[in-house]
Design a protein around this ligand. Structure first.
Ligand code: SAM
Ligand code: SF4
Length: 352
């Protein structure tokens, strides 16, 4: 087995008391560990037409509409953070495509100078209608979530019988020019093993990069346990045994490790947030649908930007607040350590 397949112990710290940001620092989004933030993930809604078991409970109370940031408020935040170093945006949710006229937000964000990359993560169900308008509005990249190629397993995981529509959505996205398209698969033990080779074949046969995401403790019904995480090790071992893989050496701040098939037919990715945390290279922050700034997926503390946006704060005050929050960005999460505390929010309330 290749060296790249083996575990690296996570020695990166997971907590440190908050500090005041030194006033003399340049106005860039940088934290105490020297990490620069370039990437903002924006949740445009907490609503969703699926109920994936790893993300939300079956019965769920969504935010009242007036609590969700308007397009104008989202655009204002982006205009404030762009000069501080943000150049990449990802729209997510909940399901971003259930937000009405989302293509209008895409058009407004893609027109902001300095935004080099505007991506979206979606369950894909509305892509048949929306892939073309999104492309036209300036969306640069799309990730579609697809956890199973089997209709029954798909329905069991998403609690919706919608595999066919998602597959059509993927075809529509490819036709609209989102090539290569990334497909996200949450890797759950007892479920995903059965289909690892089917997904590998998909990545070999279509212009799709299939990325396996280790199941994280952000589900709505407390089903997560370490035993239910299908690990990076096992994913790679099983696929490599049939379709030999080799690592691709360009990762940077990307959470996915890339592996290509040795015969040159496509690639896969693994996001090993649980077994191989990449916190030391994290360059992202998140804005929730109701305007809370989160500096880590697993943050226990949030900064209320909506209160500032709606309370008459000027851009300078908002910028200072964000600079200070980023300075105290958590060193990392502690998922596989005893001190781990699960955030109160589930994935759909954060924006994955
Ligand atoms: N609704 C869209 C979708 O499903 O693609 C966007 C929002 S969803 C929260 C973003 C990503 O987070 C999806 O790829 C989803 O599979 C992933 N995700 C959700 N819950 C997760 C969990 N507990 N562990 C790992 N990934 C998760
Ligand atoms: Fe909805 Fe995406 Fe969460 Fe599934 S993962 S319930 S599609 S937000």
């Amino acid at each position: 087995m290749s060296r790249a397949w083996t575990s690296i112990p996570n020695t990166w710290p997971t907590a440190r008391p908050e500090e005041e940001r030194p006033a003399e620092l340049p106005r860039r989004l940088v934290d105490r560990f020297g990490r620069e933030v370039h990437n903002l993930r924006i949740s445009v809604t907490d609503r969703c037409n699926f109920r994936c078991i790893y993300c939300m409970p079956e019965r769920v109370q969504f935010l009242p509409r007036e609590e969700v940031l308007t397009f104008e408020e989202i655009v204002r935040v982006v205009r404030i953070v762009q000069p501080l170093g943000i150049r990449k945006l990802r729209l997510t949710g909940g399901e971003p495509l259930v937000r009405r006229e989302i293509e209008k937000l895409v058009a407004q964000l893609s027109a902001i100078p300095g935004i080099e990359d505007l991506a979206m993560t979606t369950n894909g169900i509305f892509l048949k209608e929306l892939a073309q308008p999104l492309k036209k509005a300036g969306l640069t990249r799309l990730n579609v979530s697809l956890d199973s190629l089997d209709r029954e397993t798909f329905a069991q995981l998403t609690r919706r019988d919608a595999l066919e529509q998602v597959l059509e959505g993927i075809e529509a996205a490819l036709e609209a020019g989102f090539v290569p398209l990334k497909v996200n698969v949450v890797a759950m033990k007892g479920i995903t093993e059965r289909e690892l080779l089917d997904f590998a074949r998909l990545a070999r046969e279509k212009p799709l990069i299939v990325r396996f995401i280790e199941f994280m403790p952000l589900d709505g019904e407390g089903i997560w346990s370490m035993d239910r995480v299908l690990s990076r090790e096992e994913i790679l071992r099983r696929i490599d045994a049939v379709y030999p893989l080799e690592p691709v050496d360009e990762r940077g701040a990307e959470p996915a490790e890339r592996f290509r098939f040795r015969d040159g037919r496509g690639e896969i990715g693994v996001i090993a947030s649980v077994t191989h945390p990449f916190c030391h290279a994290c360059d992202r922050i998140r804005l929730t649908a109701e305007g809370k700034l989160r500096t880590c997926l697993f943050s226990l503390k949030e900064t209320d930007l909506r209160a500032l946006l709606r309370g008459g704060a000027d851009d300078e005050t908002i910028a200072e607040t964000i600079l200070q929050a980023v300075w105290n960005k958590e060193p990392g999460h502690a998922i596989n350590r005893p001190e781990f505390v699960k955030p109160e929010r589930n994935m759909f309330q954060i924006g994955g």
